[in-house]
Design a protein around this ligand. Structure first.
Ligand code: ATP
Ligand code: MG
Length: 408
């Protein structure tokens, strides 16, 4: 029996003339995601992408391939299916072999059929009846329930074969990464920013990340945690680069030369300016942050207006209207939460005054910056000294494997 992954397109299907571009990016992503798991063929027929194992290694890795494909943006749904010849006897035998063991433990079922290949002699209702009757004869304890069945057995008769599968499961949704251009995420070690990156990658943005580190106030462990977070979301975002900016000198300069109550907003503006420089170098068209309205003093509308005015790229804040509890649900779902809550310091939390101003005005911020003539050069130097760390989703796996070995 041959198994295959069927991938159903979501929103992309509505893209009219651009659809071919979206599909080509999607099939590239799919191909790339399963590349190291054996020989897979990825192809499209009748608006569905197929990920088909073509050697034994690929067949043995179907579970992992399925997991990876479920994280590819652009897919509304997917299913693992058994493929067989387009004749009713083969369909019956395949359905029994593939889903029989599951049916044994259920009480009710129904069959749904789709006959995309109109040359197939049985119409969909006839196919349902034939297969349903056959499965009932094999599993006499079962009952047909068309409204609330324990399982829907699906048969799709398409161009290249007949496909038998259980219910489709939701895919990662959104649009294929890269179809909306490129942006840069401001990635801290917190809960919010990896979730923000996930949301924007889901809208088709290819992301690189930037992190500000202030050694010795922030440790190597804190920086490694950010690298780990970037790796954890790489199955969604694809491979990327984490830019680590040595931010100690500009940060100390602001601490020593600006009013305490404005420190955080001044620092955030400074970070945005550096991010802007690096974004322009890599042709990124926006900055992404994990800010959420009024979460902290630097995220009031007044403070955000001041940070927005610091540079000229759009700042995308996908979490702006979300509560922390909602953000946490997503962080758990995408697997970043446990790493995010590891207790390491972030440069945003050092030197913070006890009572930051929640309603700063741009005029007072600009006046404070005018009193820091040395800041621009320090920012330029920090941007020039940036360290580039390559993030590959597969490194995560290797590290896991190593840690398992060390346990023995
Ligand atoms: P998270 O850092 O995930 O938001 P947080 O709430 O502790 O958790 P904030 O201090 O609220 O972080 O920072 C707001 C946003 O600023 C972050 O979401 C992130 O986009 C950006 N940011 C904060 N610190 C850094 C940093 N050290 N490097 C890069 N970006 C940062
Ligand atoms: Mg935050």
């Amino acid at each position: 029996m041959k198994e295959i992954i069927m991938c159903y397109q979501g929103e992309m299907a509505l893209k009219g003339l651009n659809r071919a571009t979206f599909e080509s990016v999607l099939s590239k992503s799919l191909r790339w995601r399963v590349k190291d798991l054996g020989k897979f063929q990825v192809y499209k027929a009748q608006s569905t992408m197929y990920v088909e194992p073509r050697d034994e290694e690929a067949e043995a890795n179907m579970e992992e391939a399925y997991d990876r494909v479920s994280k590819v943006f652009g897919l509304a749904a997917l299913s693992r299916a058994a493929v067989c010849d387009k004749n009713i006897d083969a369909i019956k035998a395949t359905a029994e072999e593939y889903l029989g063991p599951i049916l044994r433990n259920l009480k009710t079922f129904k069959v749904e059929a789709k006959r995309a290949d109109k040359s197939f002699p049985l119409k969909s209702p006839e196919l349902c009846r034939e297969l349903g009757g056959f499965l009932l004869s094999k599993h006499p304890h079962l009952r047909v329930d068309v409204h609330h069945p324990d399982i829907v057995v699906m048969v799709e008769v398409r161009d290249y074969g007949a496909y038998v599968h259980g219910p489709k499961v939701p895919g990662a949704g959104g649009l294929p990464v890269g179809t909306s251009g490129r942006a840069i995420t401001m990635l801290s070690g917190g809960i919010d920013s990896p979730v923000a990156a996930w949301y924007m990658a889901r809208r088709g943005l290819a992301l690189h990340h930037i992190h500000f580190a202030s050694p010795p106030y922030t440790s190597q462990a804190a920086q490694d945690k950010v690298r780990d977070l970037a790796r954890l979301i790489a199955p969604y975002t694809g491979n990327c680069v984490l830019y680590v900016v040595p931010y100690t000198t500009p940060q100390e300069y602001i601490r020593d030369n600006a009013p305490d109550v404005l420190f955080t907003v001044l620092m955030r503006r400074s970070m945005m300016r550096i991010a802007n420089r690096i974004a322009k170098e890599i042709d990124a068209k926006a900055l992404v942050t994990g800010e959420s309205l009024a979460q902290v003093a630097s995220q009031t509308l007044y403070a955000l207006a001041c940070t927005d005015a610091a540079q000229d790229l759009p700042v995308l804040r996908p979490l702006i209207g979300m509560d922390k509890s909602e953000i946490t649900v997503v962080a758990r779902k995408i697997g970043t939460f446990e790493t995010s809550i590891l207790p390491f310091e972030d440069c945003c939390t050092i030197f913070t005054p006890p009572h930051p101003k929640t309603k700063p005005t741009l005029a007072e911020i600009e006046a404070a910056e005018a009193a820091m003539p040395g800041l621009a050069a320090l920012e330029e130097q920090a941007a020039a000294d940036v360290e580039r760390i390559r993030i590959d989703m597969r490194d995560q796996k290797q590290e896991d494997d190593l840690s398992e070995l060390e346990d023995f």
